[in-house]
Write a protein that binds this ligand. Structure first.
Ligand code: SAH
Ligand code: SF4
Length: 363
């Protein structure tokens, strides 16, 4: 069977070369070619012996997911759509900022967790992405964006906040994370890679043990009754367990706080009393808050809180000494904002025809 080398991290490549009867240093060489230089063609890997290159070409391949569209929003946000086979597509969003460039990547086609306000959840679950499909998003976009004028990579940060629940695909996500952190691959620091979860408690513990990176937790409610409704996984792992898991995570995390994401839903979770209840809930967890204006999608049944309400809610948290930011909604002209990612190719292409992006770079 042909091995897709993008499925393997340093350990996997070392085993692969051992099976071929090759020395372990080949793994490092290949990592650099594949991920550091973005090279997919064995014949161009000049410091690899010709016989080995031929062997590699016979037994392995370098196959990232196919890029099917690349659209640029008015605010510079750029959305990439990748085909992951059998009518499924996933989205990857690049968000340029002054001091950094963040790539938001997907980990599943669809999502099984069915949060009430999430468009990905409404699609249902299709399947877990493979390592090659997860890291392949970074691989492809890195090649597309290349370097800035100072010779630095344009992508400085990665967030696992696209489609899917990363902790429901932990094994593949961990291998992809190890590649992101590997100096021979992307060399990102743990602090610059953030995983966002809706709170699958046992998997939070496994992530801490296997590959701790910065953690964001999608909280969205200050009590179990409301969170059971908005984030159904709460019925399995209620808030008290979730807060305890956050504290455990922080014992090994690269940052000394958890970021709580909180989508602001008009009349649902945005009262002053909700903010005060949040303060009590998170009292023992060093944290920051990131308020996310709800991004509407058809038939969601929710409205976004008014900007004035979001401001007031933030003030209450800030007055209690919690660093609180409000996420700027970006890329909504190309449906690239949080929770709007929906990947059915058919759906998508219909929408692509309907809407008129500022620039469609695949045309
Ligand atoms: N499954 C993970 C990561 C992907 S979702 C998680 O739930 O954390 C990334 C973030 O977008 C989460 O905080 C999620 O709650 C939020 N989100 C989902 N739908 C949204 C919407 N319609 N508007 C704003 N944020 C949304
Ligand atoms: Fe899944 Fe996250 Fe959407 Fe919930 S918010 S349905 S966990 S992608």
């Amino acid at each position: 069977m042909t091995v897709n080398l993008l499925d393997l991290d340093a350990t996997g490549l070392t085993e692969f070369f051992a099976q071929l009867g090759e020395k372990p240093f080949r793994a490092k060489q290949l990592l650099r070619w594949l991920h550091h230089f973005g090279e997919a063609d064995f014949s161009r890997m000049t410091d690899v012996a010709k016989t080995l290159r031929e062997k590699l070409a016979a037994v392995s391949c370098v196959t990232p997911p196919t890029l099917i569209s690349d659209r640029l929003s008015e605010d510079g946000t750029r959305k990439f759509l990748f085909d992951v086979g059998r009518g499924n597509a996933v989205e990857t969003v690049f968000i340029p900022e002054d001091q950094r460039g963040t790539l938001c990547i997907s980990t599943q086609a669809g999502c099984a967790l069915d949060c009430a306000f999430c468009s990905t959840g409404k699609q249902g679950f299709n399947r877990n992405l493979t390592v090659a499909e997860i890291i392949g998003q970074l691989w492809q976009v890195n090649k597309t964006l290349d370097f800035d004028p100072k010779g630095e990579r344009i992508i400085s940060n990665v967030v696992l906040m696209g489609m899917g629940e990363p902790l429901a695909n932990l094994d593949n996500v961990v291998v992809a994370l190890r590649l992101m952190l590997d100096d021979n691959a992307y060399g990102l620091s743990r602090r610059r890679v953030t995983l966002s979860t809706s709170g699958i408690v046992p998997a939070m513990d496994r992530l801490r043990e296997q590959c701790p990176v910065a953690l964001a937790v999608s909280l969205h409610a200050s009590n179990d009754a409301l969170r059971d409704r908005l984030v159904p996984i709460n019925r399995k792992y209620p808030l008290e367990e979730l807060m305890a898991a956050c504290r455990r995570y922080l014992t090994a995390a690269p940052r000394d706080f958890v970021t709580f994401e909180y989508v602001m839903l008009d009349g649902v979770n945005d009262r002053d009393a909700d903010a005060r209840e949040l303060l009590r809930l998170t009292r023992d967890v060093p944290c920051k808050f990131n308020l996310i204006p709800f991004n509407p999608f058809p038939k969601s049944g929710f409205r976004s809180s008014k900007p004035e309400r979001v401001r007031r809610f933030a003030e209450i948290l800030i007055a209690a000494g919690i660093v609180t930011t409000t996420r700027k909604t970006r890329g909504d002209d190309i449906d690239a904002a949080c929770g709007q990612l929906a990947g059915q190719i058919l759906d998508r292409s219909r929408r692509i025809l309907k809407s008129s992006p500022i620039l469609d770079l695949t045309q």
